[in-house]
Write a protein that binds this ligand. Structure first.
Ligand code: C2E
Ligand code: MG
Ligand code: MG
Ligand code: MG
Length: 286
């Protein structure tokens, strides 16, 4: 009987697998057209210092407005875009769109000091990255120092010499570099000495239970100390509550991002958010 059950489960499992891989193929096929059909959009989430209204940066996060599936998150299609290589043109679009939007906010006098764009492994190792960044800065007029690129530790696990060369070349353009999801990768701490990094972003898995899990608390305070001692900025990701915020502020981590301040917003909504922050600041000054 057990064997029979096992077989049935196996059949159900493989049908499920087949169904899933068909779905993935359909999604990949749709993704090929997503750029041309203008189905991709960026949402924006503030990075703030200390208080909710002191916006020090904004992170661009990609979404796909799929005609049938609705709004699809990057977790569902960025891996697919990586595997298929579509991440290269998509990444170029993301960089350009983020920079163009940033210049609109500058023209309105409401731009935060910097805009961050996520760069995944495949993009980072692609030989066209440097030229894409240079081109978009030239064309849009974004000051290089206002563009921050978020990379993950995974780039340190491949060809390290090449990775260092790429990072140095990016830094030479004047952009800043952040390590995203810090603490979740498999790389050695050794790279922190040699890589021209500006910011560590503490992964949200450590932040989630920081106010009641002593181990997470220890990890977060250790990352903050590490960043301070090495001269990096440190940003906490995924801050959702006052309790988490209180812990972070007490731990000398004054920069944070998360639903507690704002979810990622469509461009028009983020514009309103920035305008409100400015009004609040003006009232505070008056
Ligand atoms: P990430 O860069 O670490 O971005 C943070 C993720 O956490 C975002 O998910 C954001 O919406 C979410 N988040 C922010 N605050 C909170 C919070 O308080 N609580 C919780 N639970 N989540 C929060 P999202 O937008 O789904 O992006 C997931 C990942 O996809 C990103 O992680 C990044 O690695 C990748 N990604 C996003 N946009 C792009 C892009 O334009 N290019 C590339 N290559 N990757 C991207
Ligand atoms: Mg990021
Ligand atoms: Mg992250
Ligand atoms: Mg992530």
């Amino acid at each position: 009987h057990a064997k029979h059950m096992g077989d049935r489960r196996f059949v159900a499992y493989s049908e499920d697998m087949a169904q899933r891989s068909i779905e993935m193929m359909n999604l990949e096929n749709d993704l090929r057209h997503a750029l041309n059909r203008n189905e991709l959009e960026l949402h924006y989430q503030p990075k703030v210092a200390g208080s909710r209204h002191h916006v020090v940066g904004v992170e661009a996060l990609i979404r796909w407005r799929h005609p049938r599936r609705g709004l699809v998150g990057p977790g569902e299609f960025v891996p697919l875009a990586e595997d298929s290589g579509l991440i290269i043109p998509i990444g170029r679009w993301t960089l350009a769109t983020a920079c163009e939007q940033y210049m609109r906010w500058r023209a309105q006098g409401i731009a935060p000091p910097s805009i961050s764009v996520n760069v995944s492994m495949r993009q980072f190792t692609d030989s066209s990255l440097l030229e894409s960044v240079r081109e978009v800065l030239d064309r849009t007029g974004v000051p290089a120092g206002c563009l921050d690129l978020e990379i993950t530790e995974s780039v340190m696990t491949g060809d390290v010499e090449r990775a260092v060369a790429t990072l140095n070349a990016l830094k030479a353009l004047g952009v800043t570099l952040s390590i995203d999801d810090f603490g979740t990768g498999y790389s050695s701490l050794n790279y922190l000495k040699t890589f021209p990094i500006d910011t560590l972003k503490i992964d949200q898995t450590f932040v989630r239970d920081v106010s009641h899990d002593t181990k997470d608390a220890a990890i977060v305070t250790t990352i903050v100390t590490l960043a301070r001692n090495l001269g990096f900025n440190v940003v906490a990701e995924g801050v959702e509550s006052q309790e988490q915020l209180d812990f972070l502020l007490a731990s000398d981590c004054g920069l944070f991002q998360g639903y507690f301040v704002s979810r990622p917003l469509a461009a028009a909504d983020f514009t309103l958010f920035l305008q409100t922050c400015q009004t609040d600041r003006q009232h505070a000054q008056a």
